[in-house]
Design a protein around this ligand. Structure first.
Ligand code: ZN
Length: 251
């Protein structure tokens, strides 16, 4: 498998987006991944879904992705802007901001990753571990399910406070755009289920603060207790799925 195809699979990059270049710097333990969209692609206006051609791009942006195989991973992308006749200039959010979105529920999250790893790395069998990115993806998906359910429940009572907030809960906090921070802070001060789910997800990041396996396991069992007592079904499911894989989580 080619490097670009491998990373596209790992990162979940799909058409019209593709990886144009991968620069792996082994000494620096860093990989730079350049993402582009195919030319001539019409993107839907975020407001009305009307397909509009791209009229310009932002400057190249670099953002930090969660590590892949413990290698610092940076994504480079220029985001397209469209000019919708009804809504004017709109920036398109690439599939990358939503890259932490997990695919459908039915899919076993580990399988594509395992397959890609086997294809890419000789003797992968012994080296396969589930890294931070994949663990966090599982939790991000659970947070999204909690949000959907809560949004449905609130809407039934005429409360649309969660409308349009999907990515606020999925983005890592440092990736929340400046102009939406206030909105995020105000939602966070409310007693929302999605907020609790997100706190549980965010907390799991500390798993990688521990360098001794015993401590990591200790941390995980405390986290697991918290998650499984949250009364948030998707979070409980994710925690249980993680527990069954915990031996293979990379520290
Ligand atoms: Zn529009």
């Amino acid at each position: 498998m080619k490097e670009t195809a491998f990373f596209a699979q790992i990162l979940g990059i799909t058409r019209p987006w593709f990886i144009s270049k991968v620069i792996l710097n082994k000494e620096a333990q860093r990989v730079d991944i350049y993402v582009e969209h195919s030319s001539g692609f019409a993107f839907p206006c975020p407001e009305c879904q009307r397909l509009c051609s791209v009229y310009r791009h932002t400057k190249e942006r670099e953002f930090r992705h969660l590590n892949i195989f413990q290698i610092a991973t940076f994504i480079h992308v220029r985001l397209p802007r469209i000019n919708c006749p009804g809504h004017g200039v709109k920036q398109i959010i690439s599939g990358l901001e939503e890259r932490e979105r997990v695919q459908s529920v039915a899919m076993d999250m580990w399988d594509p990753y395992v397959a890609a790893t086997k294809a890419y790395i000789p003797q992968a069998q012994k080296k396969i571990t589930f890294d931070r990115y994949h663990v966090m993806r599982l939790l991000v998906d659970a947070v999204d399910k909690v949000r959907k359910q809560e949004h449905r429940d609130l809407t039934e009572h005429g409360n649309s406070i969660l409308k349009g907030t999907k990515y606020l809960w999925l983005w890592n906090e440092e990736n929340i755009p400046e102009y939406r921070r206030e909105e995020f802070e105000s939602l966070r001060s409310m007693d929302l289920k999605v907020c609790r789910a997100r706190a549980i997800k965010d907390n799991l990041r500390h798993l990688w603060d521990y360098h001794k396996e015993g401590w990591m396991r200790g941390y995980f069992s405390r986290w697991y207790f918290w998650a499984t007592h949250s009364q948030l079904i998707p979070i409980i499911k994710a925690a249980k799925s993680l527990k069954s894989h915990v031996d293979n989580i990379a520290c």
